[in-house]
Design a protein around this ligand. Structure first.
Ligand code: NI
Ligand code: MN
Length: 222
């Protein structure tokens, strides 16, 4: 049993194996956030940050990690930045690598994007109850098809365009990754990343369900 909650933009909470994971927890300034402050996050065990752009929550991750004693997971150079901010528990890795934390395996996978520190990444999270891909910010790229081997239950993909894949590219990504379901993210939060999620669902087609989540909404997996 696991539960995925959308926190707006690219932020998600995943409850699995008795742990609470946060992805790219941008709250302060996130127009789609169900929370008004990072202090509204009551508990967290693991916080995954894909890259250092402000809309992916570095600052809020620092504050949540210090208050909840959550372990922050990030690419090596970004992990060093968290350590410089005195985050108590930080686990670093790099593209192609996997770390295990409390029965949950977290793999760093490529993302084609930019950032200030290190390189951007996506994450594949595995537990007997779920296999989930959070793409971070990325373009469509050829090797995305390798993720089909992961037999993902769910893929969280950016569709907003301008800084990431748009709905057409993201629909091609779905074709290559072949997850059991897809959740569109990273759209509608700024004027430059407006996208039509229903049109994305249409492009993906019927074989793979598109779960259009509203902020604060929850998907359950058995
Ligand atoms: Ni970015
Ligand atoms: Mn972004």
């Amino acid at each position: 049993m696991s539960e995925l909650r959308f926190l707006g933009h690219a932020a998600f909470e995943l409850k699995v194996g008795g742990k609470i994971l946060l992805f790219d927890p941008w709250i302060d300034g996130n127009p789609q956030s169900p929370f008004s402050s990072p202090d509204d996050i009551g508990a967290a065990d693991i916080i995954l940050v894909t890259h250092d752009h402000a809309d992916h929550g570095f600052d809020d991750a620092v504050s949540i990690a210090k208050r909840t004693a959550a372990t922050v997971v990030a690419i090596a150079e970004l992990a060093d930045r968290f350590r410089e901010e005195s985050v108590p528990k930080v686990v670093s890795g790099n593209i192609g690598g996997t770390v295990g934390i409390g029965g949950i395996r977290i793999s760093f996978v490529p993302a084609i994007h930019s950032c200030g520190v290190g390189v951007p990444c996506g994450f594949v999270v595995r537990h007997p109850d779920i296999a989930l891909y959070h793409a971070g910010d990325t373009a469509l790229f050829g090797d995305m098809g390798q993720l089909a081997d992961e037999q993902l239950d769910i893929a969280l993909l950016p569709i907003g365009g301008t800084f990431t894949m748009d709905i057409r590219a993201a629909a091609k990504a779905v074709e290559r990754i072949r997850p059991k379901a897809v959740v569109p993210m990273h759209y509608g939060s700024f004027p430059s990343i407006v996208a039509d999620a229903e049109e994305f669902r249409h492009l993906v087609g019927n074989r793979i369900p598109t779960e259009i989540m509203t902020s604060g909404g929850v998907l359950s997996f058995k």
